[in-house]
Design a protein around this ligand. Structure first.
Ligand code: SF4
Length: 332
């Protein structure tokens, strides 16, 4: 039986952190065993919320992010790894899908309103790209005829909208695209070092995968723990402690010991964090060695992305020829 085809993208935000690794990257690596995977640095999507100043760095942010992908085990021989804007057919398909997508569908997307609020804009003042984001996302997926899209619970409405756009297109112009199915992925909520909010680079509560062992140790030693544990002799509450939850991911075989010693005040938070930092460094050592190796190969990431764009373009051109025929535009 033919393998399913997965499409998934990430905005180029530069070096990735522990939260990205546990949340998405590990899953991407695992999916390569079951699916033909297309992994895309969605740089056009990034433009919807970036300032002109920030867009100047997109190239280097992409490079750093893709280095992390490759070091984590994304295999460019097996998977197609490329940059969204390097395959311009996606912009053509976005335009054409815009003709079959009612504006009301886009304005109703809950994350649209949320983004408008976050950007301190109004629905009238935001750029068109932000409104059309789900159409571009649909174009990303169906340009490559992907049938499976890994999503977290919060992204299900986006994928449902993509499916509606596909159904409408297929109804109007004949069956052309598979309706992409959501593959619900369990993405653990990894809190940042502040112990309050999701780990995020913009909140500076993160630990980069590519950090050195010493940087990692220093960062982790700043982590907030159980706020009610004021003295070393106070028993801790691991169930409210973010450091404990990270032990579960990076130091799984010692979780019970950590729990017992914490709740009986046999261990202090400083030693607990130091042990966790060691576990993170141990886990990431092979990743960091591979990353350094790839970074030292001059032009390696550029070559990977060029080959990925070549493979993605071949699929995209065939799809667009079919779409133009279906819509009566014909082909030159
Ligand atoms: Fe958290 Fe460890 Fe301190 Fe317990 S001992 S509160 S698990 S850091």
């Amino acid at each position: 039986m033919a393998k399913g085809r997965v499409f998934s993208g990430m905005r180029p935000t530069g070096r990735m952190h522990l939260g990205n690794y546990l949340g998405a990257l590990q899953n991407w690596v695992a999916m390569q065993r079951e699916y033909d995977c297309i992994y895309c640095a969605v740089d056009i999507h990034a433009l919807t919320t970036m300032t002109a100043q920030e867009t100047r760095n997109i190239g280097s942010l992409t490079h750093e992010m893709v280095l992390d992908w490759l070091a984590a085990g994304i295999d460019p021989e097996r998977s197609v790894v490329f940059v969204q804007s390097h395959v311009p057919e996606v912009a053509q398909l976005h335009t054409l899908l815009g003709m079959v997508t009612p504006l009301g569908w886009l304005m109703r997307v809950p994350t649209f309103k949320e983004k408008v609020r976050q950007m301190q804009e109004t629905e009238e003042s935001v750029n068109y790209g932000l409104v059309g984001y789900p159409v571009l996302m649909t174009a990303d997926i169906i340009l490559y005829k992907a049938d499976t899209v890994p999503v977290g619970e919060d992204q299900v409405p986006h994928l449902e909208l993509a499916r509606e756009i596909v159904r409408r297109f297929n109804f109007m112009f004949g069956p052309t695209f598979p309706e992409p199915q959501a593959k619900l992925t369990e993405t653990p909520l990894v809190l940042g070092l502040d112990g309050k909010q999701k780990m995020s680079k913009s909140l500076d509560n993160h630990v980069e995968l590519a950090a050195t062992a010493e940087e990692t140790r220093k960062r982790i030693l700043t982590a907030f723990t159980d706020p009610q544990r004021l003295r070393r002799t106070d028993p801790g509450r691991p169930w409210v402690c973010n450091v404990y939850s990270l032990h579960k991911y990076f130091n799984a075989e010692r979780t019970q010991v950590v729990y017992d010693e914490c709740t009986t005040a046999k261990r202090g938070c400083v030693e607990c964090k130091a042990e966790m930092a060691e576990a993170v460094n141990r886990t990431l050592a092979p990743f960091r060695a591979r990353r350094a190796e790839f970074a030292a190969k001059h032009g390696y990431v550029r070559e990977v992305l060029a080959e990925g764009a070549r493979r993605a373009s071949a699929i995209a051109r065939a799809t667009m020829a079919e779409v133009r025929e279906r819509m009566g535009l014909g082909n030159p």
